[in-house]
Design a protein around this ligand. Structure first.
Ligand code: ADP
Ligand code: MG
Length: 410
C-alpha cells in the first residue's frame, strides 16, 4: 500500500497543506476524472500532477512546451526523490529512460509535444503502464491563446488511444475562448473545468505614462530593496536599460534569447541567488523560474496581452509578501501594435485587436486596475481593491482620450 495523499504531500513535497484548488484537482485525478485546471502562475500547478504521479501505480506523462522548463521541473522533482526523466533532444540517456518506463521504474516522464504526438512514442507507451497524461501550458493548443503551438493539436489521438488514462490539462490562461478551445481540443468535458481565483491581493498594481523611462525606472528601483524584474520590449533595449539602471548602484543584469547560453544561464542563476538584483529581460525570462521573493515587476512598454501581463507581473510576490507591479506605457506602444496587427494574416487580426483594446482599457482606466484584470478572467470582483494606484490615489477625472481605440481605428 502506498501512503495516503496528505502523507505524500507532507513527506515528499514538504507542504503542510494544499493550496486553493489543488486538493480538488488532485482528488479528481485520483478518481480518474479528466480535468482542465486553470490556475494562476505560482498557484502550484505542478503539484497537481506530480503528487498523483507518485500516488498512482504507473507513470505520468507530462507534455511541456519548453526544454528549459522541463529540465527545471525535472531537477526539482528528482531533488525530492521522485523517479523522473525526460525524453528530449538534449537527453543522452534515452535507452535507460525507455527501459525504466517499461519496467515501471518511473513516476514522471517529461516530453515535448512533437515527440508525444509521434508514432514511436505511442508504441513505447503501449509497452508501459501509464497512470496520467498531464498537458502543461495547455493554452498552447488554442489559436486564441498567446502561445499557439500546432503540435499540441496532435496530442488528441495519443490521449484517445488510452481512454482509461485520465488527462489533466493545466494553464494560467483563462479567457473563455481559450478555455473552450482546450476542452474541445483535448476532449475534456465541461464538468471537468476547475478555475482557481485569479486575485493576487499582495501585488500592488500601478500604471504610468512613460515620461523619461530611464529616470522613472531608476526612481522605482531606488525605492525598492528586494529583487525585481524589468521587462523590456526588445533584446537591444534590455542591454541598454541594464547598463543605465546599473548606474544606480544596484546589481543589474540582462536576459534575452539572443545571449549565449552560458551567459544566460549565469545571469539567471545569479538572479535566483540574489536578494537585490534587478534583471532586465525580454519575456523569454520567467517561464518556469521559481523565485518566490521577487518584490517588483516593471514593464517598460505595453505587454502583448492582459494574459501576458498577468502572467509576467505575477512573478512578483509568489511568497505572498507585499510586491509591486508597474506598467509604463506610451501612445507609441499602441501605434507599434497597430502596425504589427496590420502585417498579420487577416484571420488573426481580430484576436490581436481585441487583445490591444483590452490593454487600452487597463492602462487608461481611472478605476480599479485589479477589477479590470479580474473581470478579464471572468471573475466578478469588488469594484475597488484598495491596493492599486487608482484605488489608493483616485484620479481627479477620468481621461477619456481612449488612446487605444483612437490609434486602432485611425
Ligand atoms: P505554477 O506552475 O502554477 O506557476 P508551480 O507549480 O511552479 O506553479 O509552483 C509555484 C510554487 O508554489 C513552487 O515554489 C511550489 O513549490 C509552491 N507550492 C506548490 N504547492 C504548494 C503548497 N501546497 N503549499 C506551499 N507551496 C506550494
Ligand atoms: Mg507551471
Amino acid at each position: 500500500m502506498r501512503p495516503d495523499i496528505p502523507t505524500l504531500l507532507h513527506d515528499i513535497f514538504g507542504f503542510p497543506a494544499f493550496r486553493g484548488v489543488q486538493e480538488q484537482v488532485v482528488g479528481r485525478i485520483m478518481a480518474g476524472q479528466p480535468t482542465l485546471a486553470i490556475m494562476p502562475t505560482g498557484a502550484g500547478k505542478s503539484l497537481c500532477y506530480q503528487l498523483p504521479a507518485v500516488a498512482l501505480d504507473g507513470c505520468c506523462v507530462v507534455v511541456s512546451p519548453l526544454i528549459a522548463l522541463m529540465h527545471d521541473q525535472l531537477r526539482a522533482a528528482q531533488a525530492v526523490g521522485i523517479r523522473a526523466a525526460s525524453l528530449t533532444s538534449v537527453d543522452a540517456d534515452w535507452r535507460e529512460t525507455q527501459d525504466r518506463l517499461r519496467n515501471g521504474d518511473l513516476d514522471l516522464l517529461y516530453v515535448a509535444p512533437e515527440r508525444a504526438s509521434g508514432e514511436a512514442f505511442r508504441t513505447l507507451l503501449r509497452a508501459a503502464k501509464i497512470a496520467l497524461f498531464a498537458i502543461d501550458e495547455a493554452h498552447c493548443v488554442s489559436e486564441w491563446g498567446h502561445d499557439f503551438r500546432p503540435d499540441y493539436r496532435l496530442l488528441r489521438p495519443l490521449l484517445d488511444e488510452f481512454p482509461d488514462v485520465p488527462r489533466l490539462a493545466l494553464t494560467a490562461t483563462a479567457d473563455h475562448h481559450t478555455r473552450d478551445d482546450i476542452l474541445v481540443q483535448l476532449g475534456i468535458p465541461r464538468e471537468g473545468l476547475i478555475i482557481a481565483g485569479f486575485d493576487r491581493p499582495n501585488i500592488r498594481y500601478a500604471v504610468h505614462p512613460r515620461d523619461g523611462l530611464a529616470r522613472q525606472l531608476s526612481d522605482l528601483i531606488a525605492g525598492q530593496t528586494g529583487p525585481g524584474i524589468v521587462y523590456a520590449p526588445t533584446r537591444a533595449a534590455t542591454e541598454k536599460l541594464a547598463e543605465t539602471l546599473g548606474k544606480t548602484g544596484r546589481p543589474t543584469r540582462a536576459y534575452h534569447a539572443g545571449l549565449d547560453p552560458r551567459t544566460r544561464a549565469a545571469n539567471q542563476a545569479a538572479f535566483i541567488a540574489s536578494e537585490d538584483m534587478v534583471m532586465v529581460a525580454t519575456i523569454a525570462f520567467g517561464m518556469g523560474i521559481d523565485k518566490p521573493d521577487v518584490r517588483f515587476v516593471a514593464h517598460a512598454a505595453l505587454p502583448k496581452s492582459i494574459e501576458g501581463y498577468y502572467q509576467e507581473s505575477g512573478r512578483a510576490g509568489r511568497d505572498g509578501e507585499p510586491a509591486e507591479a508597474h506598467l509604463f506605457w506610451g501612445a507609441d506602444d499602441f501605434a507599434r501594435a497597430r502596425q504589427r496587427i496590420g502585417e498579420l494574416d487577416p484571420l488573426r487580426q481580430q484576436g490581436e485587436r481585441a487583445r490591444i483594446t483590452a490593454l487600452g482599457g487597463l492602462v487608461e482606466t481611472g478605476t480599479c486596475r485589479r477589477a479590470i484584470l479580474l473581470r478579464h478572467f471572468g471573475e466578478n470582483p469588488s469594484p475597488t481593491c484598495g491596493n492599486c494606484d487608482n484605488c489608493l490615489n483616485p484620479p481627479p477625472s477620468i481621461d477619456a482620450t481612449q488612446t487605444a481605440r483612437k490609434f486602432l481605428s485611425a
